[in-house]
Design a protein around this ligand. Structure first.
Ligand code: AP5
Length: 212
């Protein structure tokens, strides 16, 4: 299955992708995580991406298209994958089609901006393995420590309220039109994101026609 998780920043794409990836036995391709890794390793792509990400702007399409094309060609993607945070513009969606990616389903996780702004202040992430937590909704077993790899959890720089506000504006302008793009292809499934994590998960499985 080739699945796209669409949704505003903080809608819960990464959280759901983690569980779905285990359930479906396919990898998650998160451009956000790939870019953060590139920043940490100070690669040329990372250095270019950083100034856009810190300001809540999108990284240029040609950079994203290049890293995704290379990633989906790897062996572990043979049986499918989950795209988390990509495509984010019509140009990126058209590029996927150009390099032969046939998407099966697009799940849009819907949530009000006000809920997102409140949610982001509680997010904690693992800088090493990319796992995501929330201090109330999804806390780690030990305060401030990643369950998966034991690293110290951090607050993402782009989770500052003013940056979240900018990221939401970018989402509405450039990413939301993708809903129409995929609805016209009959691939769009809508899921309500403002409910407990496990309830969102069940709704996604139902939308994908999987038993829950
Ligand atoms: P990226 O890392 O992709 O960020 P995003 O899309 O803005 O999404 P987030 O990771 O912020 O949120 P999420 O939907 O995954 O929510 P999460 O599960 O973490 O991108 C970062 C930046 O990189 C972009 O701004 C851009 O600059 C650049 N970039 C990346 N891809 C790009 C592309 N394709 N093109 C151009 N630029 C690109 O959940 C959020 C919090 O809520 C967590 O704390 C979680 O525990 C909690 N939570 C989740 N679900 C629930 C729930 N149901 N109830 C309560 N809490 C919940």
């Amino acid at each position: 299955m080739k699945l796209i998780l669409l949704g505003a920043p903080g809608a819960g794409k990464g959280t759901q992708a983690e569980t779905l990836s285990r359930e479906l036995g396919i990898p998650t391709i998160s451009t956000g995580n790939m870019l953060r890794e590139a920043i940490q390793n100070q690669t040329p792509i990372g250095l270019e991406a950083k100034r856009f990400m810190d300001n809540g702007q999108l990284v240029p399409d040609d950079v994203i298209i290049g890293i995704v094309e290379e990633r989906v060609a790897r062996d572990d993607c043979r049986n499918g994958y989950i795209l988390d945070g990509v495509p984010r513009t019509i140009a990126q969606a058209e590029a996927l089609e150009r390099f032969g990616v046939a998407i099966d389903n697009v799940v849009s996780i819907e949530i009000e901006d006000a809920v997102i702004e409140a949610r982001m202040s509680g997010r904690r992430v693992c800088p090493r393995c990319g796992a995501t937590y929330h201090i109330m909704a999804n806390p780690p077993k030990t305060d401030g420590v990643c369950d998966s790899c034991g690293s110290e959890l951090i607050i993402r720089k782009d989770d500052r309220p003013e940056t979240v506000h900018d990221r939401l504006a970018v989402f509405h302008m450039l990413t939301e039109p993708l809903k129409d793009f995929y609805a016209k292809q009959g691939k769009l499934r809508i899921v309500q994101g403002d409910q407990p994590i496990h309830a969102v998960y069940r709704e996604i499985l139902t939308a994908l026609g999987k038993s829950v």
